[in-house]
Design a protein around this ligand. Structure first.
Ligand code: GRG
Length: 309
């Protein structure tokens, strides 16, 4: 039987319990991703195998879960949120594949398994990333559960957040350039706002766009998303110092090794933890003006603050 979440039943029938939401969101996202990408035996087989290796092999599914949570909070049915959420996961996975390449971070392990270029080869990994990026836009463009105007808005949100000068590509370029020099306390949040934050903000906003949110709610969700993106980055930096490879599914200590500017490197671990607590409070405060239950969104902020992977 379909859950209320799947069928888009009235909000009163939908549990806003976070653990339950997290589990069912994960199942629905994984099923939808599996449907959206070509089968392993479809030509060109090697690229499709590489896509499935990287996309379906783990990961927290944070960005699609966030899109589902903001959408559900503001009254959108799950059936209208899933494809867009998956598009964000496709862009995110493409960025991880490309970030792991020898020309960028040169990583061997991701999501608890060999990185795409190690398992396949560099050319295949580049193509898999390129294809995932195109597939993300195709997924939204083809989502007939949404009106044309909504699709155009979502495509704009995703393109702006993924590209340059306002999105992830710009942030990655600034981050790579900064590796050879000192990054100031002013530059660090700007880099992360673009590299990590932009996609997280856009995922949060997209759920709200699908729900047809009023301008004040969209603004609140944007502010919440911006704080959440920063919180995500600070905890990511802290985990690089404190977590193990088996917790993370990737190699820890890489930031220090590359002498990267991170929150613990600039402020120290204790001050970075305090900053995370402050940013968490800011994220929760941003939700105050929304005249609906926002427990799910508070729970996401709690989850990011306490995460160990
Ligand atoms: C190649 C254009 C381009 C951009 C790369 C993703 C990225 C930008 C860099 C990865 C480096 C990094 C560790 C960034 C910090 C935040 C981040 C994106 C962490 C990984 O995301 P998670 O924790 O990963 O959501 P999972 O595997 O759980 O999906």
């Amino acid at each position: 039987m379909k859950t209320a979440f799947e069928t888009g039943a009235p909000e009163s029938e939908i549990s806003h319990s976070w653990p339950e939401f997290l589990v069912r969101a994960r199942v629905l996202i994984d099923q939808k991703l599996d449907q959206l990408v070509p089968a392993e035996d479809a030509e060109p087989v090697r690229v499709h195998q590489a896509i499935r290796w990287s996309l379906l092999g783990g990961g927290k599914r944070f960005r699609p879960t966030l899109a589902l949570a903001t959408g559900e909070t503001l009254g959108a049915p799950c059936a209208q949120l899933l494809a867009t959420g998956c598009a964000f996961e496709m862009i995110h996975t493409y960025s991880l594949i490309h970030d792991d390449l020898p020309s960028m971070d040169n990583d061997q392990m991701r999501r608890g398994r060999a990185t795409c270029h190690v398992r396949f080869d560099e050319a295949t990994a580049i193509l898999a990333g390129d294809a995932l990026q195109a597939m993300a836009f195709e997924t939204i463009a083809a989502d007939d559960s949404l009106g044309t105007a909504t699709r155009v808005l979502l495509l704009g949100e995703l393109a702006r957040a993924a590209g340059t000068p306002h999105g992830m590509v710009a942030g990655q370029a600034l981050d790579l350039a900064a590796e050879s020099g000192r990054v100031t306390e002013v530059e660090l949040p700007q880099i992360h706002r673009l590299k990590t934050g932009a996609l997280i903000v856009a995922a949060a906003r997209s759920g709200a766009v699908i729900a047809g949110a009023v301008a004040s709610d969209l603004k609140a969700i944007s502010e919440y998303g911006a704080h959440l993106g920063l919180l995500f980055q600070i905890t990511d930096d802290l985990l690089d110092v404190t977590a193990t490879a088996s917790d993370l599914g990737k190699t820890p200590g890489k930031d220090a090794q590359a002498q990267k500017a991170t929150y613990p490197a600039i402020y120290g671990v204790e001050a970075a933890r305090d900053l995370a607590l402050q940013v968490h409070r800011d994220a929760v405060s941003a939700l105050r003006s929304i005249d609906r239950p926002t427990a799910l969104l508070t729970a996401i902020a709690d989850f990011i603050l306490a995460r160990n992977a």
